[in-house]
Design a protein around this ligand. Structure first.
Ligand SMILES: Cc1cc2nc3c(=O)[nH]c(=O)nc-3n(C[C@H](O)[C@H](O)[C@H](O)COP(=O)(O)OP(=O)(O)OC[C@H]3O[C@@H](n4cnc5c(N)ncnc54)[C@H](O)[C@@H]3O)c2cc1C
Length: 419
């Protein structure tokens, strides 16, 4: 028989894990999460050796709302016996594999997480029905989409040989299968942290001919100053929500490097490696090529050729045997069936209208909330695309489901007056 829950969450990434961890405030109501992976994981294809989090470990699933919660990162460190070792190692920010293991530890303690079940379709028959293939796996009053993002592959790359052209998420796996030819040329395409990590992973593998091609005018670092961090707190979010959509869009594009810039440590590693190899071998393994927009690509005999437009409107062509694409990510598609989709209010950009409580506007929203997490950077700000205040977002969703404040949170000591 199809099980009925108060809320169903689609996806068991950090967004929904945080919500599930805090769902106890609505007891005896329950949430169930359905996850397409067979087991816990987190950007598993991007766990190259040496990669670090871009956010501090206090920004875990629960602590900013409730530091006494049993699923805090500190409790994970202590109860798994690694707290002294981690502190002693003196990381500025923790390895990403540590955060992945923390998520797995937390997920193992939460009830009702069903792995290996992709939700392909949700329909509405008085309740929300989540289906995997033709099977109705759960019914619920409310729904939370925490389906995250998927890598973006520009259309002109889609027809190229997938053995030689692949997205960054596949690099880790590919490095174990491609022939060990250090002089084979590679291109890494992209300007953000992911592209930098791919360059670093190729260097670690001993690759000696990498062109790093990016659209930004420089490979810009993550902006992580106190004033940048001001943007990632509830007080700013409250001010941001009061602005018009046009203003929010303009602000988000001006703030992008607080979220999508490259960690200075990753940049330093690449530049230092490059310099040292130049001393050792007489040439730089990485040619750093900002200000280039890739406009087309073709498959040649055993090579890929990219056409680029430079900042000065010049044209260039670059060839490589392998191309790693780190051209950003896009939102996973919403799995609504046609009838449900027709009940959803759509904005002028063709996207569901997202309210300030992360719910979407739809016909039965007064009784049945549908929340979308990590889809509203132009509504809630860039904070919605990352892990900075996950527990606050969970608190807002829980307050909305309850129809009253069951998770109060505070952000005082605010010295900035936002206009
Ligand atoms: C490599 C990488 C590193 C990052 N590092 C940081 C960082 O250090 N700090 C930071 O603040 N942000 C970081 N981010 C940004 C962001 O915080 C993460 O992407 C974060 O994982 C988003 O969480 P999420 O739960 O919304 O999505 P995801 O983590 O993507 O989780 C979504 C889950 O939903 C599942 N799913 C999708 N569709 C379905 C379906 N139809 N049915 C069932 N399951 C489904 C997926 O398998 C996945 O497990 C990083 C992003 C990337 C790509």
């Amino acid at each position: 028989m199809t099980q009925t829950y108060h809320t169903v969450g689609i996806g068991a990434g950090p967004a929904n894990l945080s919500l599930a961890a805090m769902y106890g405030v609505l007891a005896p109501h329950e949430i169930a999460l359905f996850e397409s992976r067979d087991q816990p994981g987190w950007h598993d294809g991007m766990l190259h050796s040496g990669v670090r989090m871009q956010t501090g470990w206090v920004k875990d699933l629960v602590s900013l709302y409730d530091p006494t919660h049993p699923l805090s990162f500190l409790n994970y460190l202590v109860t798994t016996g690694r707290v002294y070792a981690l502190l002693g190692a003196g990381f500025d920010t923790i390895p990403r594999i540590e955060y992945q293991q923390y998520l797995g530890w937390a997920a193992a303690q939460l009830p009702n997480i069903v792995y290996g079940t992709r939700i392909d379709r949700v329909d509405f028959d008085g309740e929300l029905v989540s289906r995997s293939g033709d099977v109705a796996v759960a019914r619920s009053r409310h729904l939370v989409l925490g389906t995250g993002t998927v890598p973006f592959l520009p259309h002109f790359l889609a027809a190229l040989d997938p053995r030689h052209v692949f997205v960054a998420d596949e690099l880790h796996h590919r490095l174990s299968t491609v022939a060990d030819e250090p002089d084979a040329p590679w291109i890494v395409m992209g300007s953000g942290q992911t592209s930098a990590e791919c360059v670093a992973a190729l260097l670690a593998r001993g690759v000696r001919d990498i062109r790093w091609i990016g659209r930004r005018s420089w490979f810009a670092p993550l902006e992580d100053s106190p004033s940048a961090n001001d943007l990632y707190r509830p007080a700013y979010q409250e001010a941001f929500l009061n602005l018009s959509r046009d203003v929010r869009e303009r602000l988000v594009s001006g703030q992008i490097l607080t979220s999508d810039g490259i960690s200075p440590g990753t940049l330093r590693g690449i530049y230092q490696h490059n310099y040292e190899e130049r001393l050792r071998t007489g040439r730089f393994p990485v040619t750093i090529m900002p200000s280039r927009t890739v406009t087309a690509a073709r498959q040649l005999d055993g090579e890929i050729e990219l056409e680029c437009l430079t900042a000065g409107s010049g044209e260039e062509r670059h060839r490589a045997v392998h191309l790693v694409v780190a051209a950003g990510r896009q939102q996973a598609p919403l799995p609504f069936d046609e009838e449900l989709a027709a009940l959803v209010d759509i904005d002028e950009r063709g996207q569901p209208v997202i309210e300030s409580d992360y719910s979407i506007r739809w016909k039965h929203a007064d009784q049945h909330k549908i929340f979308v997490l990590n889809r509203g950077r132009y509504v809630q700000g860039l904070v919605d695309s990352n892990l900075s205040i996950l527990p606050v977002r969970s608190a807002m969703v829980l307050n909305s489901i309850a129809g009253r404040v069951v998770c109060p949170f505070r952000d005082e000591f605010v010295s900035t007056r936002w206009a």
